[in-house]
Design a protein around this ligand. Structure first.
Ligand code: COA
Length: 254
């Protein structure tokens, strides 16, 4: 079965991360499929809403760490950046249903979603610094705007996980539910939105996002440049090697 499931029901396109053995870690092939699906959706008036989801115990463990080591994104044409551009340019409202860990891009992609509901087991983290990396997905711009400077600096610099109740308090999510109910709740929300006039949905999203569009693109570009540089560095290598060897990283000389 594919690592990303695509389901169309009415006007709702649902993209399900489905690589459970690796905790839904995202590979280049998955980003490519997601980017293609979003680009096709953007050009398809019949798609009124897009939903991202995982399973009741897992949203995504972020980028595949093995791929970061073996096949790091080498340019802005890399699938991960293509996916992020397609997501930030998506004209339809995007929704997310988040249960369990949402690591790295598993959290930053939420900043490009209009509505996010999560399970009370959700655990968000932005461990970029702890991996020798830096923020992506324009999160260095969008996170402080969304949750305030103090909280964003804490989340991005310390990279410690935070739970659903804190995410709700910070305004990162709209609602917290029992994990078994989240996907169904978001599907019902998506169906409700899909019944609204599509042109008004798109116009409302476009107007809400427009003032930032050029800035988001610029920040994504700047982040990608820095991210690619850091990916080749010794701290990132040590972090990824340690994760795969199931040991703690040693940054004492870095
Ligand atoms: N990339 C590649 N493989 C990953 C992965 C990732 N991001 N996250 C988990 N896996 C793999 C593990 O290596 C393990 O593989 P194995 O069974 O072949 O040993 C399997 O998925 C299960 O992972 P495990 O860590 O045992 O699961 P867990 O339920 O105890 O913990 C997480 C789940 C998400 C908290 C933990 O896996 C984790 O922190 N992942 C790394 C997150 C990360 O640093 N992502 C990069 C963000 S930029």
């Amino acid at each position: 079965m594919s690592d990303v499931l695509e389901m169309r029901e009415g006007g709702v396109l649902t993209l399900t991360f489905n690589r459970t053995a690796k905790r839904n870690a995202l590979t280049a092939a998955m980003y490519s499929q997601l980017a293609d699906a979003l680009q096709a959706a953007a050009a398809d008036d019949a798609v009124r809403v897009v939903v991202f989801q995982g399973q009741p115990e897992m949203f995504s463990s972020g980028n595949d760490v093995g791929e970061f080591l073996q096949r790091p994104p080498a340019s802005e044409d890399a699938p991960v950046f293509r996916f992020l551009r397609a997501l930030s340019a998506l004209p339809q409202p995007a929704l997310a249903a988040v249960c369990g860990p949402a690591v790295g891009i598993g959290t930053t992609l939420l900043l490009h979603c209009e509505l996010v509901c999560c399970g009370d087991n959700a655990l968000f983290s932005l461990p970029f610094v702890n991996l020798g990396l830096c923020p992506e997905a324009a999160s260095s711009l969008l996170l402080p705007q969304r949750i305030g400077w103090a909280a964003a600096a804490e989340k991005l610099l310390l990279g410690e996980p935070f739970a659903a109740d804190e995410a709700l308090e910070l305004g990162l999510v709209n609602r917290v539910l029992p994990p078994a109910e989240v996907n169904a709740y978001v599907q019902a929300l998506a169906a409700k939105l899909a019944a609204r006039p599509a042109a008004s949905l798109r116009a409302t999203k476009a107007l809400m996002r427009a003032p930032q569009r050029a800035l988001v693109a610029q920040v994504m570009h700047d982040e990608a440049t820095e991210f690619e540089r850091l990916l080749k560095g010794p701290a990132a290598k040590e972090a990824f090697t340690a994760f795969l060897a199931k040991r703690k990283p040693d940054f004492s000389n870095l």
